[in-house]
Design a protein around this ligand. Structure first.
Ligand SMILES: [Zn+2]
Length: 252
């Protein structure tokens, strides 16, 4: 369902740039423009996410503040809802099993207390872990209110790294690397993947540089410096492909 929704969302976005009378040769530049806008929007949102701080509203300031620095803006809103959800929880009992501690919680609004959630805390100096029977973390990748409740009881100031799903964090993109595996991947596909990756990062640099005159000058200087170096690399690579040994034998 989600992949279909994403596809439909992209279709409706592209429709804004395409009209029924668009000629074939006009299509690609129009799609390029729409993608450029989209990438620019993503970069702008990343910039806002990385250079602004949230107004803290919950009573668990330290945990909320840490969540704000780790998660992207859109994910943070969901995480904050979970932190706010602690207000509705009642911790009925706790138990100790070996080195782990188990918390049983239910909802204040559930008068009959029919649903009880079990959250297990595994203390570990380097990597404390938690598991909850509601399975929100396993499904959505964000810690649930029951887990935040345990963090409160355990007097934690930060969310353990085991509960920070990489793809929802601000550092997800910066740590991303292209990895194309397999012997049968065509060179064109690898080049295309590299181009996409560089284009995305390049858009980010252009966006940041264009904000100031100094930034624009710095990036322009780097472009001028890098252009001949990269041209030389490409020229050498082309020569390798055009004049392999067996071709020179055929010519002679
Ligand atoms: Zn839970």
């Amino acid at each position: 369902m989600r992949s279909t929704q994403r596809c439909e969302g992209m279709n409706s976005y592209m429709k804004g740039y395409l009209k029924s009378g668009v000629k074939l040769f006009e299509l690609i530049p129009a799609l390029d423009r729409s993608l450029l806008r989209l990438r620019n929007k993503v970069v702008e949102e990343d910039f806002k996410s990385n250079n602004s701080s949230h107004v803290l509203t919950s009573s668990l300031r330290k945990l909320e503040d840490h969540a704000g620095t780790m998660f992207t803006d859109s994910v943070f809103e969901h995480v904050r809802n979970e932190i706010d959800g602690i207000g509705d929880l009642i911790t009925s009992r706790t138990m100790v099993f070996g080195s782990s501690r188990v918390y049983f919680t239910s909802s204040y609004n559930d008068n009959k207390q029919e649903i009880e959630y079990t959250t297990v805390y595994y203390p570990d100096e380097n990597n404390p872990r938690m598991e909850c029977s509601c399975k929100l973390f396993e499904c959505e990748g964000i810690p649930c209110c029951h887990i935040f409740n345990v963090m409160k009881h355990e007097r934690m100031n930060e969310i353990p790294s085991s509960l920070l799903m990489k793809r929802w964090t601000k550092s997800a993109k910066s740590d991303m690397q292209i990895s194309v595996h397999g012997d049968n991947v065509p060179n064109e596909a690898i080049e295309f993947a590299r181009y996409g990756d560089l284009n995305c990062f390049g858009s980010k640099l252009c966006f940041l540089a264009s904000k100031t005159k100094e930034g624009t000058d710095i990036l322009n200087r780097e472009f001028i410096r890098l252009e001949p170096i990269l041209s030389d690399f490409w020229k050498q690579e082309k020569e390798k492909i055009v004049t392999p040994e067996h071709c020179s034998n055929i010519i002679t």
